[in-house]
Each structure stands twice: as structure tokens, then as C-alpha cells.
Design a protein around this ligand. Structure first.
Ligand code: 5GP
Length: 215
């Protein structure tokens, strides 16, 4: 007899994977939400991007990013290795197609922390993803959160504020808006959105062969 455990394992491996894209300006609290989601969801993994920026103290190659030179990054663009790529805050960032596919093959859903330009590219190619935009409750909170970031210099803080304003204008490109005024609620809302995306008929039907036959 096939054990319940094996049925469950097979279900997770065969079910349609969802790609969850979370963007939001610096100061929206996106990283904290992502960390909480990963802690509470074993089937979810965060995409590790390639970047041309230098590692910050404590960041590890292959865990936080793949840190590469501009030449290596350009080579990846040439060979079509990226699902999307963009220039953000003076550096280049790109998502590896192979990295994502490998994780999906092993039964995992992939979460992407990518900027608004990246999402714009992905949405054109694959609109069936789950596109979530995290925003702070208001402008004052955004400014306050940005100024509290001790690691930023004034120059970089001003650049982030300008970029935040530009990024906010992209809210219309997303399927869902999550207001991060209460962390627990925001995490709960993002989790619920992920479930809804998986159950969307266009996603769920892909693994329901018996139902596909019923026209
Ligand atoms: P940081 O340098 O602070 O780690 O990231 C800066 C910004 O780059 C963040 O807003 C993040 O969402 C964005 N980012 C990180 N990886 C990628 C990626 O692969 N593609 C795109 N388009 N943006 C990314």
C-alpha cells in the first residue's frame, strides 16, 4: 500500500509550482516579510540572483547573491542565462533561469525579491506568476524607515528615497498590494495570496490531467 507520506511527497513534487514575485521600495519592510515567509514555509525558497555589486559584510557568495564581475554578467546576458535582469542603484542584478528551474524540479516554489523593472520583464513573458507589491502605510512612515537605516550614508539614503518614489509609481503592474503597517498581518496576507495563486484555475489545471479532458 502506498503510504500517506509518499502520496503527499508525490503531490508536492508534481503539483504546479508558483513563482512569487515580491517588490516594494526600500523601507516597505519587504525583506522582513520574506524572511518570515521562508521561516514558516518549507516548500519555499528565495531565488539567489547574480549581481555586480560588492558583498556587504556578512554576505556570502552563493547564499545571498552570486557576486560576479561586469564581464561575467555580460556573458550571462549574451548566453540568455537570465529570466530577467536590470540595473538597480548603480549595479546590475539578474535572475538565473537554471537556478530557478532546478529548484522547481525538486518540488519547491520560488520566491523572487526583484525590482519593478525585473517584474515588468517577467510579467510580459509569464503573466501567470504571482506579483505582489509591498507598500508602507504612508509617505511619512517610508521616510522614517529609510532614515532609521544606520548602514546607509546620507548620499545613499537620498538615492534610495528617490528610487523609492520611482518604484512606487509601478504599483499598477502588480496583481496584489500588501500594506505593511502590521508585520504579522502583512505576512498572513502574502501567504494567503500565494495559496490563491496556486489555486488559480490556469495554474492548478496543469497538473489535473483528468480534469483537462473534461471540456
Ligand atoms: P540590494 O543591493 O540591497 O541587495 O538590492 C537592491 C535591489 O535590487 C532590491 O530592491 C532588490 O529587489 C533588487 N534585486 C535583487 N536581485 C534582483 C534581480 O535578480 N533582478 C532585479 N531586477 N532586481 C533585483
Amino acid at each position: 500500500m502506498v503510504s500517506r507520506q509518499r502520496i503527499r511527497k508525490r503531490f508536492w513534487e508534481n503539483r504546479e509550482k508558483v513563482r512569487v514575485f515580491i517588490s516594494g521600495p526600500s523601507g516597505a519592510g519587504k525583506s522582513t516579510i520574506i524572511r518570515k515567509l521562508l521561516e514558516s514555509n518549507n516548500n519555499l525558497v528565495l531565488s539567489v540572483s547574480y549581481t555586480t555589486r560588492d558583498p556587504r559584510p556578512g554576505e556570502l557568495n552563493g547564499k545571498d547573491y552570486f557576486f560576479v564581475s561586469m564581464e561575467e554578467f555580460e556573458e550571462k546576458i549574451r548566453t540568455g542565462a537570465f529570466l530577467e535582469y536590470a540595473r538597480v542603484h548603480d549595479h546590475f542584478y539578474g535572475t538565473s533561469q537554471d537556478w530557478v528551474k532546478e529548484r522547481e524540479k525538486s518540488g519547491l516554489d520560488v520566491l523572487f525579491d526583484i525590482d519593478v523593472q525585473g517584474v515588468e520583464q517577467v510579467k510580459k513573458k509569464a503573466p501567470q506568476g504571482c506579483f505582489i507589491f509591498v507598500v508602507p502605510p504612508d509617505m511619512d512612515t517610508l521616510k522614517q524607515r529609510l532614515s532609521l537605516r544606520g548602514t546607509e550614508t546620507t548620499e545613499s539614503m537620498n538615492l534610495r528615497l528617490r528610487n523609492a518614489m520611482k518604484e512606487l509609481a509601478y504599483w499598477k503592474n502588480y496583481d496584489y498590494l500588501v500594506v505593511n503597517d502590521d508585520l504579522e498581518r502583512a505576512v498572513h496576507e502574502v501567504s494567503a495570496i500565494m495559496v490563491a495563486c496556486r489555486c488559480r484555475a490556469e495554474n492548478a489545471i496543469k497538473t489535473l490531467e483528468w480534469l483537462q479532458e473534461i471540456a
